[in-house]
Design a protein around this ligand. Structure first.
Ligand code: CA
Length: 291
């Protein structure tokens, strides 16, 4: 199995980053990923205030996918997400939806025991592994903490095992990378972190020439999803809705109006996160309504 170790991590998605690995379309590969603070937090006494913010949210990569050209779509099947047994959630001053109200710092280290995580004596959390950062190189370099049409720090809970992520290709080879895995995270990621953990991710990468997209899309066995990203939550919602309207038109021959109304009837608009430089939003459509 092709494997890329976590020493091959990068802090930006950029068109000129030298590939760490080259693969053919259809390849299956394993990426070992660092937690989002590069292991700087190991116990509750490690202060969230002392984190070196130059070493956060790394992605393992970049991976050059042969044959991927600008205008193509990279197809990323998530086959497995093996979590480490330890992770941390943090309130980092200056981050989070309540940064003025509950500024921190606060550190909580968690351990997996019998397939679940305890939070004090009264709370038990099931594992809900997800990949926070997944993307390709945009035309201009962007830090891995940022997000946009190339993907990046989407922090979207649906990016998990069994899902297929579609990313628009901007540069030759796509230059794919992923990292920032969470053992669990709620929609919104309100304090600014999930349980940030090391992981071992297994992907199959492929290229489609017949499925041009402008922004990330996603599907699993039950749902289609379109992802909008913007500084404004409202604009992010608009972008994800417009993409879902056109996807439903293309897949099912609906008119714009029919697609729009159908989303209103059975689709959900869900927040990825509202705490990074831009918000991420997804429109979720159940496949089951189509007969
Ligand atoms: Ca993240």
């Amino acid at each position: 199995m092709l494997t890329l170790g976590k020493q091959q991590s990068t802090y930006d998605f950029g068109p000129d980053n030298p590939p760490a690995l080259r693969v053919k379309p259809g390849a299956t590969l394993v990426l070992e990923t660092l937690d989002a603070v590069d292991g700087q937090i190991q116990s509750d006494s490690d202060s969230a205030e002392q984190i070196d913010l130059g070493h956060v949210n790394s992605a393992t990569g970049p991976i050059y996918v042969e044959g991927a050209q600008p205008g193509d779509t990279l197809v990323v099947e998530i086959l497995d997400n093996e979590l480490a047994n330890q992770g941390a959630a943090l309130i980092i001053p200056g981050f989070g939806a309540l940064q003025d109200d509950i500024p921190g710092p606060y550190t909580k280290v968690f351990h997996v025991e019998d397939g679940q995580i305890r939070y004090g004596d009264k709370v038990r959390l099931p594992l809900k592994p997800m990949i926070g950062t997944i993307g390709v190189a945009p035309l201009e370099p962007l830090p891995t903490l940022n997000l946009g049409e190339h993907g990046g720090n989407l922090d979207t809970t649906a990016v998990t095992t069994g899902a297929t992520v579609y990313l628009p290709v901007f540069v030759e080879g796509a230059l794919f990378g992923a990292g920032d895995v969470h053992s669990t995270q709620g929609d919104g990621e309100v304090c600014g972190t999930g349980i940030e953990t090391d992981a071992k991710l297994t992907f199959r990468l492929d290229v489609r020439k017949d499925f041009p997209i402008q922004r990330p899309r996603l599907e699993n066995a039950d749902e289609w999803m379109t992802i909008g990203v913007d500084e404004s939550l409202k604009e992010a919602i608009r972008l994800s809705l417009l993409d879902m309207v056109s996807w439903l038109q293309d897949m099912h021959g609906l008119s714009r109006e029919e697609a729009y109304v159908l989303i209103s009837l059975v689709g959900d608009v869900r927040i990825g996160q509202i705490v990074d430089p831009k918000a991420s939003v997804r429109t979720v459509m159940p496949k089951s309504v189509f007969i």
